[in-house]
Design a binder for this molecule. Structure first.
Ligand code: APR
Length: 238
């Protein structure tokens, strides 16, 4: 049986990379081709909502393409949640729904969700599969030109942080997978877990900014590493 009693996993764009979803800072990363302040900030949205909607509409269409499917990394994390006897929480910085499609349910999208839209007038959040247009009206309150992606932009507060910090304070294993450690507060989670006495493991294709904060680092592709690591965790050998 697993030697751990409470696991928190943080996933980043590297987990979805092998499903064909672009990362942000790697080769051909999204931020190489778009200015963050133009497409991922409240100021950018106020300045040019159509540009921002085009940026997210493109990513939503790619996510809904039948070719885009969960990969072995997503499936391994869902298996860990299902088979691990202790407490488990998966915190993802990703806005795709590949963790859900792989079977994960104890999941927090701290940066929001690409397949949801939020009304700036009544705050109603609704599932959204088709393009959002800046002239769209809110299906709940009828406000015009009020819909935005239900995504956390730079300068905005990530979601459900209180639940996340509570879980970090009580875990005895913190596993970060496929994240560069550039963006806070997610980049600081390893320190919170470590101070709570947790073992800390990082899985990444290359060294991340926060790699020195982890007791154990496994270099490799998440889709190859995670299935083996999950076996070890469930056998209690790690
Ligand atoms: N397996 C494991 N790691 C991988 C793989 C892979 N197949 N492919 C890429 N990586 C690693 C890269 O080495 C990098 O460290 O995934 C990380 C991706 O880093 P980023 O592109 O910065 O993505 P992420 O860390 O999720 O970004 C955090 O920044 O722009 C914001 O909101 C956005 O949620 C995002 C946040």
């Amino acid at each position: 049986m697993a030697t751990h009693r409470s696991i928190v996993v943080l996933s980043g764009a590297g987990v979805s990379a092998e499903s064909g979803i672009s990362t942000f800072r790697g080769v051909n990363g999204l931020w190489n081709n778009h200015r963050i302040e133009e497409v991922a900030s409240p100021e950018g949205f106020a300045r040019d909502p159509d540009l921002v909607h085009r940026f997210y509409n493109l990513r939503r269409r790619q996510l809904l393409d039948p070719q885009t499917r969960p990969n072995a990394a997503h499936l391994a994390l869902a298996r860990l949640e299902r088979s691990f006897p202790g407490e488990f929480m998966l915190v993802t910085q990703n806005i795709d729904d590949l963790h859900e499609r792989a079977g994960s349910s104890r999941l927090i999208h701290m940066h929001g969700e690409l397949l949801k839209a939020r009304c700036g007038a009544c705050e109603t959040v609704a599932v959204r599969y088709d393009d959002i247009d800046s002239a769209d009206t809110c299906g709940h309150c009828g406000a015009r030109r009020a819909l935005r992606p239900h995504v956390v932009w730079f300068g905005e507060m990530p979601m459900r942080l209180e639940e996340i910090y509570t879980a970090l304070g009580g875990c005895d294993l913190f596993l970060a997978v496929g994240t560069s450690g550039h963006v806070h507060p997610a980049a600081g989670f390893v320190d919170v877990a470590r101070r709570a006495g947790a073992a800390t493991v990082e899985v990444n294709l290359e060294t991340s900014v926060t790699e020195s904060m982890f007791q154990r680092r496994i270099l490799g592709a998440a889709a190859a590493v995670l299935p083996v690591l999950v076996d070890e965790l469930l056998d209690g050998t790690r």
